[in-house]
Design a protein around this ligand. Sequence first.
Ligand code: ASP
Length: 297
Amino acid sequence: MPEAAWAIIVHGGAKEVPEGKEDANRSGVLAALAAGRRVLEGGGSAVEAVEAAVRVLEDDATFNAGMGSALNADGEVEMDAALMDGGTLDVGAVTGVMGVRHPVSVARLLLREETVLLAGEGASRFARDRRAELADPDELVTDEQRGALAEHDTVGAVALDGRGHVAAATSTGGLTGQSKGRVGDSPLPGCGFYADDTVGAVALTGTGETIARAMVAARVVTNLPGAGPEGAVRGALEFMGSRVGGNGGGVVVTPEGQVGWWHTSPHMPVAYATSREPQPRVTLKKTEEEADVEPAQ
Ligand code: ASP
């Protein structure tokens, strides 16, 4: 029997990687990739794989998600995350959640519920009721974030598993200095993410307001069959830029196991591997020559 196909691609946000942070960004997305692919190679689902990958990025203060999230105008960490199962079109998403270590896992707890999106105190209460891992809100604040300037930095992952299911996940602290209660694209299906087994899965990062106005994820999945993964993301981001401005990036996987990405920001750390090309690949910039790396342990 031929080996089942799997594929996974993760990103660490559309942004400008500061000098001296290149290695931290590369090793961060590679560690997330390793966690996700372990799930897929062990026969786990795409949903489990993207959750595992994003949890690693949430624990890494290099990225604006979970630990090290951007602070809002009140100096607080309010986080958004989402997970979508392309087999069932189930969505679990949280916005403005506080005091949890892994917002993506709170989204996962909501995935099989009728409710799609829980906000603020309701999301935090759900996390407590469902025994999600909690964190003192201050623990999530790093010294670096206290002095940080605005930069985009949502994390995300999409994957295809051996049963032909795709999934997408996003997680973010939003924009530095955003108003309390501001919601970006990351927890909104059709804007910051989407997954459908018949087409593929996409996870976006970038200017949340323009991604929402241009419905970028919906545009990507609509154009994916004709344009292919890279063309679909590029076309949707160019449409966004020309109609409503903003910049961003996105990663895509198809049911055939193709991966692709594009970004209009200066950088977007990306790592990917597939059953056909299992050697992990990592890059900070689309136009940079992709570096072959040793499989991360
Ligand atoms: N998309 C996120 C938001 O607008 C920001 C980001 O990608 O960093 O909340």
